[in-house]
Structures are given as C-alpha cells and as structure tokens.
Design a protein. Sequence first.
Length: 250
Amino acid sequence: MLVNEWVETLWSILNVRPKTLSNYKHQYYKYLEPVMGSSELDSVKPVELQKCLLALPPQTSRHTLMLVKTIYREAALYKHTNFNPTTGLRTPPIQMKERKFLTWPEVNERDWGRYNEQIRFLALHGLRWNEAVAITESDIRDGFVFVTKSVYGPCKSKSSIRKVPYLGHFQPLPKSYKPMRIASNKHGVTVHSFRRTYAYILKTQGVHVTTAQRLLGHSDPIMTLKIYTGVRDEEIDDVALSLHKYLQKD
C-alpha cells in the first residue's frame, strides 16, 4: 500500500480533534507527501526522512516527526505494516530564547486598561489563554479553579485537566485573542508571558518543580524545568547579598 493511500484512509479513522486533524493534513501535504507519499509503506527511506526533518525549523521538525510516528503506529495497528522508518531519526535542537516576562508586583502596578482584572487573573493562575476564556464562575469553587476545557472543547491531554488555587481577580475574558494581545503588547509582553509570571511566583515561593508542572498543566517536566531555571538579574543580586552575609558570620 502506498503511503498516500494509507494516509487518505487514516484521516477518516484517526480519533483527534478537527483542529489537530487540520494541522496533521497541513504538515503531511507540505512536508511529508513530497518525500514519502508515492512510496510503499514498507519502502520509505529513513535517510530521506532524516534529510527532510533536518531541513525544517526545530519545532516544525519535531511535530512532523511525531506525525510520521503516528502514521506508522496506526498502520501497524491495522496490520498494514510492521516497518518503522522513524527509529533513530532526530530533529534539530530547539533553541530556547529568553522570553521577557513580568513579576507579579510588576503586573500588579501596571495599568492594563479595560483588562486589568483579566490580566491579573492570568498572572495569578497560570492558565493558557484558551483555557482561561472557557472559565466561568461555576468552575471556581472550594478555593480552586477547575480547568477541564478550553475554548476548543475538552482539554486535549490529561495533564491539562487540573485545579489551581484561586487567588482572585476573575472576570470573563474576551472571546477574541486580539484585545488581550494589544493590552499585553503595550507593556512589552505577550498574553503567554503571564504563564511565566505564574511560574516565577511558584518558583520564588519554593514550590517544587513537579508540583509546578501539575499546576501549569505541562505534560513534559522538562518544559517546567526550563522555566524554573530562568534567572532574573535581581536574583543574582540577592545571592550576592546572601553570600556576603554568610561570610560575615565567621
């Protein structure tokens, strides 16, 4: 069976959200179909896939590799092949750029216009924008915010389903992302930056990284750890003072 033939069948049986399916189709027809579409499932050349992956931007390459693995996992499940050309393939390393964010005092002292409460809510709870938009008053009870859905429907992963301590400032978010983006950009940050604000609060309050992972809804602890290992200049200053005080005790 040709890869193209199997993929056309796969789209109709794959149990994913419409948005995810749309992303899969885009990735396949743009990046993978020219490399493997006309090949038999059992004769796709790993070296050609590797060349394709290394030519893509790191994040795109990673998603594309995940799609190939999905294609062959499902093909094996339906007994179309036992071949797996993805074994040993690698993607370019993802370069983590330092992203600007604000501490909670910096968020709290700024005027965010008509979205003052909504932005403070984001900074104090670490929800993704699409999760926060779906929150209603019924999701806030017993001192917690219960996250079970997003604007796109039920949470897509088990790690996204969680509860976080409620710290106030809830007001319904606008259904459109644009006004929140404009309000955030005026102070040099993005809407996603407020998740980093929340992560920084957790870090400075001594919350363990594995607990922070659950509160942030990360499936990969490495993602949380990368945020936790970020250091602001004032932290270096604080360490300098602490070390001087330590030495003065002798």
